[in-house]
Write a protein of this length. Structure first.
Length: 165
């Protein structure tokens, strides 16, 4: 059955999936997240006026570190020797007419050659980057929110390609 849960043993208890017999393939995952924030907060970020430093540079490094630490955070994730992690940002500078908020879009791309995929690493990277933006800017905007943390693409392995579309 497609989508069958595999993280349970015969007693119904959690287990790490056995990937011993799986093929080693190149695997890629792309995840995204959004940080919704006040226009003034985005202006301060873009002008380098946040007192804690370069927000997006720090969030980029934090996202990479988050990808590398995923098996320490998500109990059933396999430790992987990641071959590439890339974090990118884009901004919606014009406030949404309904909310009055701007958006920072985060894209995390993770790559590995392994027996298991890197979806969780990409999702963790995007999430940690978003949390870092919040941490660095909370003094000026405690109302920031995160939205649309999701997998956009995955390739490699037996299940093939997933594209959100």
């Amino acid at each position: 059955m497609e989508g069958e849960l595999t993280h349970f043993n015969e007693q119904g208890r959690a287990r790490m999936v056995d990937v011993t017999s799986k093929d080693i393939t190149e695997r890629v995952a792309v995840a995204t997240a959004e940080v919704h924030l006040k226009p003034e907060t985005l202006r301060l970020i873009k002008e380098g006026q946040i007192k804690k430093g370069d927000v997006l540079a720090v969030a980029q490094v934090a996202g990479i570190m988050g990808a590398k630490k995923t098996p320490d955070l998500i109990p059933m994730c396999h430790p992987l020797a990641l071959s590439n992690v890339d974090i990118g940002f884009s901004e919606d500078l014009d406030p949404d007419p309904q909310t009055g908020l701007c958006v920072i879009h985060i894209t995390a791309r993770v790559k590995v050659t392994a027996k298991t995929g890197v979806e969780m690493e990409a999702l963790t990277a995007a999430s940690v980057a978003a949390l870092t933006i919040y941490d660095m800017c909370k003094a000026v905007d405690k109302g920031m929110t995160f939205q649309n943390i999701r997998l956009e693409h995955k390739s490699g392995g037996k299940s093939g390609v997933f594209d959100r579309g």
